[in-house]
Write a protein that binds this ligand. Sequence first.
Ligand SMILES: [Fe+2]
Ligand SMILES: [Fe+2]
Length: 415
Amino acid sequence: MRTAASNVVGARGSSCCFNTAAHQHHLSRKPWWATVSGRGQLCTSWTFRCKTPIRCTRGSREGKRRRGKGLMPLIPKQDTQPALSTSTMRVYAISDLHTDYEANMEWVRSLSSSLYQPHTLIVAGDVANSLETFTTTMRILKEKFQHVFFVAGNHDLWCKSSEGPDLDSVTKLKMLNDTCKSLGVCTSPQKLNGVWIYPLLSWYHQSFDKERDIEGYNIRPPEKAASDFRLCKWPLPLDQMVDGSLARYFDELNLDEFQSAVANDQDDCQIITFSHFLPRFELCPEKRMLFYPNLPKIIGSDWLETRLRTIHGRHGRPTACHVFGHTHFCWDASLDGIRYIQSPLAYPKERERRINGGTDWLPLCVYDSDKGGLVEGPLDCHWSNYYRLNKRDPDNTELAPWVANLYRPVVASEK
Ligand SMILES: [Fe+2]
Ligand SMILES: [Fe+2]
C-alpha cells in the first residue's frame, strides 16, 4: 500500500527543527506540538535515531546544502562485529524491503555474504510487488543468512495484470509460500537453538482504529487513498468492504497446532512472533501527526493482538517480542509485557530524510545469545521515544503544522 507510507508523517520534512529552541521563537503561542521536551522529541523527520542535536536550518543556505548532500547511500555496516562463539545465535529483523525500487534491491545485494551466514533473518512483509522480484530478493537473502523467515505484507499480495488476468491475492499468497518453500525460506513457526520464530499472517480492518477522526478537512477515505483496494483481488466470499472479514480470514490461516506447541514450551523459552501489520494502534502516531490522517484504518488487526497473546501469554513475559512492519516507522515499545519492534528499510525517498542517514542499523539484530537474549532496549526510535515522553491525546484534532497545509477545510456546501 504505497499510500500508507507516502502519506504518513516523516515521509516529508528533512530537518529536525521542531524540537529546537531556535525554532520555538517563531511561535506566537505554544501549541501542543511544541510542548515536548527532552531527548527524542517531536520531529518531522522519520528517523531511527534522532539523538544528534540538529540546529534549525530550515530555509537557510546550510539547510539546502545539507538536504542536497545529506542523502547518503544506504550501505549496511559490515564486518565490524566481534568474533562469534560457535553457539552464537542471532536473529535479525527487517520489514518493507520494497525491492521493486532498484536502490532497495541494491541494498539487499550489498549485504555481507559472510557476516550473517550463521544467523537468522525475519522479513516482516512488503518484499516486492511482483512475484519475480520477490523470488530474486528471497533467493539473495537465503544466500546471505542461514535461516530466513517470511510473512506476507499487502504489497506482496498485489495482483498486476502482467502476472495473469485471473490472478487473485489468495492464489498469490500460495505462490509466495510455494516460492519460499522451494528456496528454503520458512513461513511457519520453527524453533532454532531454543528460540521460537513465529510468523503470523494478518490483514487490517477499519474498526482497529479506535481513536477520534479528524473531521472538517478533505481527507480521502481509505478506499480511495490506498492502492490495496485496487490492486488486491479477493475471491468470493472474501470482500474487503465488509469490515473485519479479511482480518478474520488471515488470522484463521495461522496454525493452532503450532500455537499450542509454543505456548506449552518452557516458561522461559524465547519466542519472537512477527507479522506485517500492527497488533495495536498505540504503535502508530496519532492522526493529527500523520500525512494521511486516516492511516490507522488500514494498518492493523485486533485478531492479531489476540493471537499473539495466546502465544506470549496474556500478560506477556520479559522475553516476549513481536516484530512488525507496514507503517515504515521505526519503533521499539513495550506494552503490557510484550516488546514491539519495527525496523523497516522503507522507500528510498523516506530513507533520504532520515537525519543520520540510516546507514548502519539494518538489518536490526533483535536477539543475540552472546548478549543474553533480546537486544538491550528501548532502541532510540523517534516516535516510540516521543510516546515514552508524551501521552496520547487523540481528542486533540488540531493538525500538526507539517500536515495542516496538505488539507483544506471542507465548506458547508461540500458536506
Ligand atoms: Fe511497506
Ligand atoms: Fe505494508
